[in-house]
Design a protein around this ligand. Structure first.
Ligand code: DGL
Length: 293
């Protein structure tokens, strides 16, 4: 149990859970991110599926992924997935936009026949739903932008849409540092938005195409034009996870709240401190188990 009682309805498991048979509905959902940003996705899944056990792996030793080459990102993502497979999971959520953009196909092969859900497709679905035929500005990491992942995902759903992508690496650091509002955050955001719109481009929607950017929502809203819709993929991803489990008859049949388990590749104290901002609840270093990939 959480020692401070801060997470009252969840059991936090600190040690290796027994390995169970694959495709067992009682197995946890595995959630993987390069760091703690994916905890925003975990939070949405927990709201959508409160009875599911969740095991989260943050590859904090190798964060950030967004500035790395596709070869390294795919290698890191397959190693992280292997670690979650070792724990026994029934479905993998790739909560990291960068890993989703680069390595989703490789991870789907690795997990086959079990399902793998990334965040780019749900984000594109949410954007098209919010503004069909609209113009979208995707804020993401360098690697996600380089691969034009959102561009393709949106146009495949809505060929009339206009998509522009802007790499915003510094926003990752701002969110990690907890500088998510006020003058510094707003000036940096303004600089990125101006860079994306220097030819007069005015988006109908801004897609938060990085795990860290939901924390900067208020600052982005303060800088962007009033009419713009902010699109966050976390809740759409969580809904998609529920639909997938339901379709596969793989929902947990328990009546009690699910457990949470946190794995990280480095820095339990930092994971707990920074992760608490993303989760919206305090975490203790003892809640985080360090693993090697
Ligand atoms: N998790 C990454 C993403 O969503 C952001 C942090 C990183 O670059 O690793 O793209």
């Amino acid at each position: 149990m959480d020692p401070g009682g801060i997470i009252p309805h969840m059991t936090i498991l600190r040690h290796n859970a027994p390995m169970s048979k694959t495709n067992n509905t009682d197995l946890p959902i595995g959630i993987f991110d390069s760091g703690v940003g994916g905890l925003t996705v975990l939070k949405a899944i927990r709201t959508e599926l409160p009875k599911e056990d969740l095991v989260y792996l943050g590859d904090t030793a190798r964060l950030p992924y967004g500035t790395k080459s596709p070869i390294s990102i795919e290698r890191y993502a397959t190693q992280a997935t292997a670690k979650l497979q070792e724990q026994g999971i029934k479905l993998l959520v790739v909560a990291c936009n960068t890993a989703s953009a680069v390595a989703l196909d490789a991870l789907q092969q690795q997990m086959s026949p079990l399902p793998v859900i990334g965040v780019v497709d749900p984000g594109a679905t949410a954007a098209v739903k919010a503004r069909a035929g609209g113009s979208h500005l995707v804020l993401a990491t360098e690697a996600t932008v380089r691969l034009r992942a959102y561009h393709e995902a949106i146009l495949s759903r809505d060929p009339g849409a206009i998509v522009r992508e802007q790499a915003c690496e510094m926003l990752v650091s701002l969110a990690e540092e907890g500088w998510t509002d006020g003058d510094i955050a707003e000036r940096i955001i303004r600089r990125y938005l101006e860079e994306a719109s220097d030819d007069g481009f005015t988006p109908d929607s801004i897609i938060l195409g990085c795990t860290h950017f939901p924390l900067l929502k208020d600052a982005i809203r303060a800088v962007a034009v009033d009419e713009v819709t902010l699109v966050d993929s976390a809740s759409t991803t969580a809904a998609f996870v529920r639909e997938t489990l339901e379709a596969d008859g793989a929902c947990h049949r328990s009546d009690t709240a699910g457990s949470l388990r946190f794995l990280a590749t480095d820095g339990a104290t930092r994971f707990a401190r920074v992760g608490g901002h993303f989760l919206g609840e305090a975490l203790a270093p003892d809640d985080v188990e360090l693993v090697d990939l």
